[in-house]
Design a binder for this molecule. Structure first.
Ligand code: SF4
Length: 210
């Protein structure tokens, strides 16, 4: 079986196990999703969703968050950790989107990467979820699981992204990453993966080695 065929087999099995592939971060607008992803660094999605509910109630528009008093933003995002840098990033991001991109979140990697605090993971998520473009969101879950599956042999996020882009069908790569989050929570946890009941066990190199 070729690497691409192998990847499709895994995608099919994941799709059967998790028909709904949605981002677990709650956001109504692209700029809100961008803020939520920035806050999710070293924080759980559940906590981010609690924080963004309060944040977007207090500052419901791009403009209002761009012009918000920094102390007010810091106080709200404090539970997410790294609150000073995250609060500043959110404000700076909103200002840049408003002033340099006519209030529209960019739809390409190059421009997205110019936004404060936005790296390839965030940019990929925006490209995939907002603009429906092929994207691979290489977070720690994706890297861990894809190494175990034998898709890649690297923990470097950029190399992992490139490696996955070589084998994943572009039109399915974004949903694949969302499904990995659910799968990583239920079966392929960082510690003590539940290989005995895993729906991908028959395909997994990690499982075969142990
Ligand atoms: S068999 Fe185990 S290591 Fe492999 S994907 Fe499933 S849970 Fe993860």
């Amino acid at each position: 079986m070729s690497r691409k065929d192998f990847a499709v087999s895994v995608l099919d099995a994941l799709e059967a196990a998790y028909p709904d592939a949605v981002c677990s971060l709650i956001a109504k607008e692209p700029w809100q999703l961008l803020c939520a992803v920035r806050l999710s660094a070293q924080c759980t999605d559940a906590r981010v969703n609690l924080v963004t509910k309060e944040l977007f109630e207090a500052f419901p528009t791009l403009d209002s968050l761009a012009d918000a008093p920094i102390e007010a933003v810091e106080n709200i995002v404090r539970p997410c950790g790294l609150f000073k840098v995250k609060a500043q990033n959110l404000k700076d991001c909103c200002q840049m989107i408003r002033d340099q991109f006519n209030g529209v979140v960019p739809d390409n990697m190059e421009d997205l990467l110019t936004l404060p605090g936005v790296g390839r993971k965030t940019a990929n998520l925006i490209l995939g979820d907002v603009y429906g473009k092929p994207a691979v969101v290489c977070d720690t879950h994706c890297i861990r699981i894809c190494n175990r599956l034998g898709f890649i042999k690297t923990t470097d996020p950029y190399k992992a992204e490139l490696g996955l882009k070589e084998i994943l069908p572009p039109d399915r790569s974004n949903d694949f990453c969302h499904r990995l989050v659910l799968f990583g929570r239920e079966y392929c946890t960082a510690r003590g993966p539940k290989c005995d009941s895993c729906p991908l066990a028959i395909l997994c190199t990690y499982h075969m080695d142990y």
